[in-house]
Design a protein around this ligand. Structure first.
Ligand code: FAD
Length: 320
């Protein structure tokens, strides 16, 4: 009856946001008087998995199949389903990211389980199993009671503090009988996106919009990002115009980010853009129009020409 949590890693290094999911699962497990079993897929060392004990996992179920090193929604679902059956789990947690969003609905259908996607709170057990999430592109909150026997939550990353303690999880191999059919597709080649900080995991982001005027000015965004150790992002029109690659586009139709700091440069702050970034802890807006809607969502604002403000900001960071 343990709480199951799916843990993600990149080439054998567990993602920080997965530690958060494990701690979240552990806090729920404690309230329910049970334990946490983390499910880890693909090639990874035992010592890396044992460290999950520091975030509250008692046990790791490791499916050591190298075909699971890349996301495959069908195979991941099947592996997670096998773990749930083995543990007779009633609560399953994944992250609300590209993996979790692909797997959780499939698993919910297979287990006939209720699902809250993009949870922002712990379940309120006094009211049943009520979980908070945003709706209408972040304009409102919904409180959803999961009434099914099995409950699935995808947790919005960067929502809770990482609380690290002493501990070492035990690692158990979990055999899952895969056939080619369980994978559905064969990955022939993986082209890794070049960039120092992956956007989805970034704690600091410098993002540019149409106010940057053209791709020739993007060096100013990159200079600041480099000095801060930040990832770069952009608004949709910027990606549509091929000033920047599409994987950098954030918003309703792009990626969702929840960094500690989001610096928006020359971006108007349309609701579709805010939908992807309004979970950021601190927002700084640089815009020459004092009436730009983004200022309403900002913690700090600079009214000025981005092409003049950015070099000065980068210089100030250098001196810091
Ligand atoms: P603009 O709206 O052109 O704004 C440019 C801003 O730069 C202005 O505020 C201006 O004052 C400022 N500026 C100009 N010059 C300077 C300067 N020299 N220095 C400083 N500031 C300057 N958009 C997204 O970003 N992500 C999405 O996922 C997304 N999904 C969408 C989905 C749908 C269904 C629809 C209809 C739209 C979507 N959009 C999305 C588009 C969105 O509505 C906006 O059009 C878009 O976000 C605007 O991009 P922008 O702010 O870069 O450009």
């Amino acid at each position: 009856m343990s709480v199951i949590v799916l843990v993600e890693h990149t080439e054998g290094v567990i993602k920080k946001k997965s530690f958060e999911a494990v701690r979240y699962a552990a806090d729920i497990a404690q309230k329910k008087g049970t334990t946490v079993s983390a499910v880890v897929l693909g090639t990874i060392s035992d010592s890396e998995m044992e460290a999950l004990g520091q975030y509250g996992a008692q046990k790791v179920l490791h499916v050591a199949n190298e075909r699971l090193n890349e996301l495959n929604a069908r195979a991941y679902t099947w592996a997670l389903f096998t773990a749930v059956e083995k543990e007779d789990s009633k609560i399953i947690i994944t992250l609300h990211d590209i993996n979790g969003r692909a797997i959780a609905p499939r698993l919910a259908a297979r287990l006939k389980a209720g699902l809250v996607a993009g949870a922002l709170s712990y379940p309120d057990l006094d009211k049943g199993f009520v979980v908070k999430k945003t709706v209408f592109s972040g304009k409102a909150f919904a409180y959803i009671n999961i009434t099914s026997d099995i409950k699935i939550i995808t947790l919005m990353p960067n929502t809770f503090a990482l609380n690290k303690t002493e501990g070492k999880a035990s690692v158990e191999k979990l055999d899952v009988a895969f056939t080619d059919k369980d994978f559905g597709v064969k990955v022939k080649e993986v082209n890794k996106i070049k960039g120092e900080v992956p956007l989805a995991d970034a704690q600091l982001i410098v993002s540019g919009g149409r106010g940057m005027k053209g791709p020739e000015n993007w060096g100013l965004i990159e200079d600041l990002a480099k000095k801060l150790g930040a990832a770069t992002a952009c608004s949709r029109p910027v990606a549509d115009a091929h000033w920047r690659p599409h994987h950098e586009h954030v918003g309703q139709t792009g990626g969702t980010v929840r960094p500690d700091l989001y610096i928006a440069v020359g971006i108007s702050g349309a609701i579709q853009h805010l939908a992807g970034v309004n979970g950021s802890k601190t927002i700084v807006v640089i815009n020459k129009d004092p009436e730009a809607p983004f200022f309403k969502a900002a913690n700090y604002g600079v009214v000025g020409d981005a092409l003049e403000v950015l070099p000065r900001l980068t210089h100030a960071v250098e001196k810091f």
